[in-house]
Design a protein. Structure first.
Length: 261
């Protein structure tokens, strides 16, 4: 089982490097990237889960409509990606459900930082996917956290996939920078070991960031971005489909696993 997800947010990475963007500029990048992702998913006939910020949902209604019309799940990803607030757990759910007119079952904290379990449970979320159980200096120190899904406070926790050994992360930066044959091999090993695979990307990765030096993006992000990353995502999906792996939304996964508990 493959749980493909996208943290669908306003493009704020340049702020980490002292570059400020207008809302219009940041949304233009993310809208372009989201449409490229949707084109790829549609061509391959697979479903995914889009964790959307309140800002994105409010500024890109047409893209939100397309996400839903093409059978994907919409979950919550805070409100303002740059300035997470404790109130986001509630406010983002209110925004997403108002925009989509559907229940938002899941939450992922911006940058996969910690979030209040009590608030997640209080707001009735079925799952929380805010954990990357890897060791990445300066970002994640989670070597003792569970690698695979688990229950906490009545809510299913769905970490991003890491390798069984050394907990090497198989998230977005890995597909950017590893040789594809190695990345594909590690994904297959996780599938064999865990029975499922969870990964995530961002729409702005599918934009031609290398053509915009003014964004001051690090090489590891610019490497194989835009159309090159779209092609890499396409080949990853095709490889997994050839192996007979089904693509599920997070809610579908929760329903299956909950029935087995």
């Amino acid at each position: 089982m493959v749980l493909l997800s996208f943290d669908t947010e306003e493009f704020d990475v340049p702020r980490e490097h002292g570059v400020d963007l207008t809302v219009e500029e940041s949304m233009e990048v993310s809208v372009c990237g989201t449409n490229r992702i949707l084109d790829c998913l549609k061509e391959n006939g697979v479903k995914a889960t889009f964790f959307c910020t309140g800002n994105f949902a409010l500024h890109a209604p047409q893209v939100m409509e397309r996400i839903m019309a093409e059978g994907h799940e919409v979950a919550c990803h805070g409100v303002d990606h740059w300035k997470p607030q404790a109130s986001d757990v509630e406010e983002s759910k209110n925004i997403i459900e108002r925009v989509t007119k559907r229940a938002a079952n899941g939450y992922r904290q911006p940058r996969m930082f910690p979030v209040s379990d009590a608030e997640i449970a209080r707001m009735g979320y079925k799952y929380n996917s805010s954990l990357n159980p890897a060791f990445i200096p300066g970002r994640y120190m989670h070597l003792t956290a569970p690698r695979t899904y688990f229950m906490r406070g009545g809510v299913m926790q769905i970490p991003a996939s890491v390798t069984p050994w050394l907990r090497f992360p198989l998230f977005w930066l890995s597909l950017h920078n590893l040789p594809e044959c190695i990345y594909h091999w590690m994904v297959r090993r996780v599938l064999k070991h865990d029975g499922y695979f969870v990964t995530y990307f961002h729409p702005w990765e599918f934009y031609a960031l290398d053509e915009h030096p003014e964004y001051k993006m690090p090489f590891i992000i610019r490497n194989h971005c835009g159309e090159q990353l779209t092609a890499r995502l396409d080949r990853l999906i095709k490889m997994l489909k050839e192996k007979g792996e089904p693509f599920l939304t997070f809610t579908e996964f929760v329903n299956i696993k909950s029935a087995q508990l």
